[in-house]
Structure formats: structure tokens, C-alpha cells
Design a protein around this ligand. Structure first.
Ligand code: ASP
Length: 280
């Protein structure tokens, strides 16, 4: 059993040392809580739980604390993928729900598994998800000052459970000041992908991640026999050729845990019951 989570990027030039310490503490705490949860729950339930904790923490650009888009509205996207069944489900540009990841998880039961905009919200309302504003005053201030630095904090989790099953979930408020209707990578197979060999969650510039098909490529390469490290290196080399910017976390079927990012630092924490690794 192992878990790795990320909380997007941290930029020394745009964010304070206090925010860095707060993120280190928060990620360590959530990795621990999620690992405890994993003791008696499946990987798919655990990734949803871990991402919901990250969505509830206003330090991150997902759920509560999501950034406000160019037209003053918050739209969130989240996806979850079960490595065993290879079912991906997700919501794109959903408004006014507390935990987009739980709506994504509810959708895994359906034949139609990725819903966008008003359809996603309607589905959520019909399935008991109450109206909830995820706006916080700090994000409104940043929006009014036209500052695009609050949004570093897409979140994700990859877990392997006691039966060796892999799962991944990713959630975001978007990249900031996007054209309304823009689609993030987070609820696509480029940003969030798993099979029974490997599971990957990405953060970074969604357009770059989609162009590079980052999560899918890493998983495919590992499935075809490459090590996690080589799969990450090759995929990130390809990302460089389009001047792309991303970070990713992963676990493979043997329980190897890996992460890599373009500069600046992706914030992450992993826990295997004995050792914590936290970004520095
Ligand atoms: N990947 C997200 C997006 O482009 C943003 C991020 O990870 O910071 O929507």
C-alpha cells in the first residue's frame, strides 16, 4: 500500500515561504490521513477521499479555493480512473459543488461518464450534491487585482491498495483567466490515466499536457515494459520539444512511486507507512 499526492506548483517568486510551509504541512497531513484510509479501503475510494481533502483545503486551486475565471465565474474539473476496470469518469467546468471529485466518482457507475458544464451540475443536483460556493475572499481579491498567481494548486492522488489495485484522481479550478468554456487536461486521459500497470496524475499547463498526452504516454510506456523513471524521462524530453510545462506523480503495479516536474517545483507528498517524502 502506497500513496502519493500533489498540490500543483509552488513558485518561489510568486508565493511566500509561509505558503510553502503551509503546503508542506498540509500535504504531509493529507498523505497520512489518506494512507490510514487506504488500510481498509480500495485504491479507487482512497484517491477520491484524498482529493476531497485537498479540495477542502483552500491552499489549493481545486474545490474550495478554486480560482476565478476571466468572466468572474469559478468552473472546476475533476476526474477519477480505476486502473483495474480502466473506467475514467469526470466532470468538466462544473459550478457550485463542494467536491467535484465525488461527482466524478458517482459518474463511474454510468454509461456516460464524462459530463460538462450545466449537464454536470444538473447530474450533481439530481444525485444529492448540494449547491455550494467554493469562492474564498482571497481569490476574489486576486481576481479583482487581475493577479494570476493564486491558481497554482491543481491536486491529484495516486494509490495502490492491499490487493495491488491502482487508481488515480485529479481536480482543478483551471489555469487562471481562461476563456470561459476552456477545457482543462485534468478531466482528460492526458492529465489523469490508469490501468493495471500504472497510474498517473498531472499538473501544469493543460494545453501542454494535452499536446504531450503526458499521463497516457507514461502509462503506455510502463505497460510496454519501460521503468517508471525511463517512461517519465522520455515523456518529459518530448514535452521539452514543445516547450511544455508539467509535473506528474505515479505508482506502478510493483509499488514503485515516482514524480517529476518542469521547473518550478511541483508540491507533493508520498507515504508508504514508514517513510514520508515531501517536496522541499
Ligand atoms: N493543469 C491545470 C489546467 O491546465 C492547471 C494546473 O495544473 O495548475 O487546467
Amino acid at each position: 500500500m502506497k500513496i502519493i499526492i500533489h498540490g500543483g506548483f509552488f513558485s518561489e517568486s510568486e508565493q511566500s515561504n509561509e505558503v510553502k510551509i503551509a503546503k508542506q504541512n498540509s500535504l504531509q497531513k493529507i498523505a497520512y490521513q489518506a494512507f490510514e484510509y487506504l488500510q481498509s479501503n480500495s485504491a479507487i475510494d482512497t484517491v477520491a477521499y484524498a482529493v476531497s481533502l485537498l479540495e477542502d483545503d483552500e491552499l489549493y486551486n481545486a474545490g474550495i479555493g478554486s480560482q476565478i475565471q476571466s468572466d468572474g465565474v469559478i468552473r472546476m474539473s475533476a476526474a477519477i480512473m480505476d486502473g483495474e476496470t480502466q473506467k475514467l469518469s469526470g466532470v468538466i467546468n462544473i459550478q457550485n459543488v463542494k467536491n467535484p471529485v465525488f461527482v466524478a466518482k458517482e459518474l463511474i457507475k454510468e454509461d456516460d461518464r464524462v459530463l460538462g458544464g450545466s449537464g454536470a451540475k444538473k447530474y450533481a443536483s439530481e444525485h444529492g450534491f448540494e449547491d455550494f460556493s467554493t469562492e474564498i475572499p482571497q481569490r476574489r481579491k486576486e481576481y479583482e487585482a487581475k493577479l494570476n498567481n493564486g491558481g497554482k494548486g491543481t491536486v491529484g492522488c495516486v494509490a495502490i491498495d492491499k490487493n495491488g489495485k491502482l487508481a488515480v484522481a485529479t481536480s482543478t479550478g483551471g489555469k487562471g483567466f481562461e476563456i470561459p468554456g476552456r477545457i482543462s487536461d485534468s478531466a482528460t486521459v492526458a492529465g489523469n490515466y490508469a490501468n493495471s500497470f500504472c497510474a498517473v496524475s498531472c499538473t501544469g499547463v493543460g494545453e501542454d499536457i494535452v499536446s504531450n498526452a503526458t499521463a497516457t504516454k507514461i502509462v503506455t510506456r510502463v505497460t510496454d515494459g519501460m521503468s517508471l523513471e525511463n517512461a517519465f524521462n522520455k515523456t518529459f524530453e518530448e514535452l521539452k520539444t514543445i516547450d511544455g510545462f508539467a509535473g506528474a506523480i505515479a505508482i506502478d503495479k510493483d509499488g514503485n512511486v515516482y514524480h517529476k516536474d518542469s521547473y518550478p517545483t511541483m508540491v507533493f507528498a508520498s507515504f508508504d507507512g514508514k517513510t514520508f517524502e515531501v517536496f522541499q
